[in-house]
Design a protein around this ligand. Structure first.
Ligand SMILES: Cc1cc2nc3c(=O)[nH]c(=O)nc-3n(C[C@H](O)[C@H](O)[C@H](O)COP(=O)(O)O)c2cc1C
Length: 271
């Protein structure tokens, strides 16, 4: 068996190599990695299916948002942004939650993208390589006005939430703290954002080059959450230290075709 130190050194090297991918100089021959899009395979759906009889919640449509209600100067949003871990006990309104969801994964328009040979290409409020947007947004809700605590998923096209499952409100806080490796501020969040990746959405076009694209795109999503929180007197903190298997299980995804990639705690600010 390899020496443990040797193993760690190799792992660090492997991780660094991964960060440099794609290395266009040494990619395998094109016929080996031709993408499914190039092979003519049908495009995967831009949003995960939800059952017809699912329990849905109407969000506040983006068309009703006004610049005044979510007004903060861009300079202030950028300068004040910080990771906030001190949450008030108050709730978010459904309108505020709708704004956060629109800011992070909302749909700006659906267009015909001839450059990529797509009749219907989705453009959202954040960038994503090739506009593939490989994410689903799940929410663990503890304190949002008019919403029963539970786990929900954002339906950006419909501007609705679909209930994934109800959970005992008394256990949510402890569960979130446990799944974030004892970070108790996570358990005190009003809403806990969980972004899961469906890698095939990006692999369909970019094949072996998808992973870095997906990871970088996730950063854009969370950055918009940080900035949008500044406009509603809320705060957020990105979290990477979480229990992968436990988080996948919490939102009922298989951990292979769909898995959690990034999470963030959100709450009203105390200060
Ligand atoms: C990818 C990523 C992962 C992070 N993971 C955690 C985390 O697990 N726990 C935590 O308290 N903060 C986490 N943070 C927040 C950072 O600690 C924070 O951004 C950093 O200390 C700088 O502070 P600022 O965001 O207030 O500028 C993470 C931030 C990023 C971008």
């Amino acid at each position: 068996m390899k020496d443990r130190k040797e193993y760690i050194i190799e792992l660090i090297k492997k991780n660094r190599d991964f960060m440099k991918e794609p290395d266009w100089e040494s990619v395998p021959p094109h016929e080996d990695w031709e993408s499914d899009q190039q092979k003519g395979v049908a495009e995967p759906p831009p949003q995960k299916h939800f059952p017809k009889d699912a329990s849905l919640v109407d969000l506040i449509p983006k068309s009703t948002f006004t610049s005044e209600e979510f007004s903060i100067s861009l300079l202030d949003a950028i300068s004040n942004r910080r990771s906030r871990r001190n949450f008030a006990k108050s709730s978010l309104t459904l309108r505020e939650l709708s704004f956060l969801l629109y800011s992070t994964q909302g749909i700006r328009k659906v267009i015909s993208d001839e450059r990529h040979g797509q009749k219907k290409a989705v453009r959202r409020t954040v960038p994503s390589g090739g506009s593939r947007h490989p994410f689903e947004t799940y929410l663990v809700i503890q304190r949002v006005d008019d919403l029963t605590p539970g786990i929900y998923r954002y339906l950006a096209f419909e501007e609705k939430l679909v209930l994934v499952k109800e959970i005992d409100p008394l256990n949510i806080s402890e569960t979130l703290t446990g799944l974030t490796l004892s970070q108790s501020f996570a358990g005190k969040s009003a809403v806990f954002f969980i972004w899961a990746a469906i890698p095939y959405r990006t692999e369909w076009r970019y094949s072996i080059f998808a992973p870095k694209d997906i990871l970088i795109s996730a950063g854009h999503v969370c950055q918009n959450l940080y900035l949008a929180c500044e406009a509603i007197n809320a705060g957020t903190c990105a979290i990477l230290a979480y229990d992968q298997k436990g988080m996948d299980k919490l939102i009922e995804v298989d951990g292979e075709e769909e898995f959690v990639i990034y999470v963030a705690a959100v709450g009203k600010r105390k200060d």
